[in-house]
Design a binder for this molecule. Structure first.
Ligand code: SAM
Length: 298
């Protein structure tokens, strides 16, 4: 069984990028009246405590969301970043930063304003599924939210195309298994055949591993071959070089960077991120390697 628990990482710089992009996509999609189905193929537990044991162990949120929530912000704050900060704040009482919403709760909060949309959450780990079921139960969202204890890569297939004919698929694996990289591109390739007009948003880590390096290239090729537009945003907060401590032992630097690759992005997303990414760099930088990129095609 996997050992990855998102609770150790909730609110880190990768979540800031992922959840800001996710929210910006959702805001655009719900502008149309027609029903929307959102799939989260790797849902996690849904809600996290930033003051809990897990979060304290790595304190990754301190160099992520908490820097934004408690530090000095540029003025004016980019609208997408402000929207993300307001979203997380809405799960906390004023001035406190104890709760961090994962993707299922961010999505549900946006969809809850409308009655007709559906949210389908896949989660394979028994502990996280149990936590997710308990967390979602508090929402009293009824049939709007479904939790499937299934492999998200496989499980999504039976739902595409959705009856709503409008959908967003968030694919956010832990990449604990090297095979996840290939499974992501296989899933997107298959999904584009089943439902070519869906929006597909993939998060991936930027780490010195060939599979991680190749994934955005593969997704670009897939989107181009399918004649679909795409957007690729990355956020680097520090160097990926291994460091040595005072005793000369090699220290892993932790996750230095991550990316979001979106197929069929909303046409508004590029401009939204053009404003937000440089502010994320300025706020989350840990050394001189901090940077962002934004490219698009199709
Ligand atoms: N999307 C969540 C968020 O943004 O709040 C975080 C998800 S976390 C990065 C990845 C999750 O995927 C973990 O909870 C893990 O247990 C789960 N998982 C791993 N392999 C899976 C699979 N094949 N299908 C569904 N869930 C899986």
């Amino acid at each position: 069984m996997f050992s990855y628990r998102h609770a150790f990482h909730a609110g880190n710089h990768a979540d800031v990028l992922k959840h800001t992009v996710l929210l910006a996509i959702l805001r655009h999609l719900v502008q149309k009246d027609a029903a929307l189905t959102v799939f989260d193929t790797h849902a996690g537990a849904g809600l996290y405590r930033l003051d809990g044991d897990y979060a304290q162990t790595s304190a990754e949120a301190a160099d992520g969301y908490l820097r934004l929530a408690t530090g000095e912000l540029p003025q004016p704050v980019a609208p997408a970043l402000q929207d993300y900060l307001d979203m997380v704040a809405s799960f906390n009482s004023k001035g406190s930063h104890k709760v961090y919403p994962g993707s299922p709760f961010i999505i549900q909060r946006v969809l809850a304003e409308r009655g007709r949309d559906k949210l389908k959450l896949f989660e394979l780990h028994p502990t996280d599924t149990k936590a997710l079921v308990a967390n979602v139960a508090q929402l009293e969202a009824g049939r709007q939210v479904a939790i499937l204890r299934e492999d998200g890569f496989e499980g999504i297939k039976k739902f595409l195309p959705p009856p709503s004919r409008r959908a967003l698929v968030l694919c956010d694996p832990s990449y604990e298994l090297k095979s996840d990289y290939a499974r992501v591109s296989e899933m997107v390739a298959d999904a584009l055949l089943r439902f070519a007009t869906g929006t597909y948003a993939v998060w991936y880590p930027i780490i010195p591993r060939p599979q991680a390096h190749d994934l955005p290239k593969k997704l670009k090729t897939l989107a181009n071959k399918a004649g679909k537009s795409w957007l690729h945003a990355t956020l680097t907060v520090k160097s990926s070089k291994l460091l040595k401590d005072d005793e000369g032992a090699v220290v892993r630097p932790g996750l230095p960077a991550s990316g979001m690759f979106i197929v069929n992005p909303p046409h508004t997303l590029k401009d939204v991120l053009k404003d937000a990414l440089p502010q994320m760099v300025a706020l989350l930088r840990q050394d001189n390697n901090a940077a962002s990129t934004l490219e698009h095609g199709g």
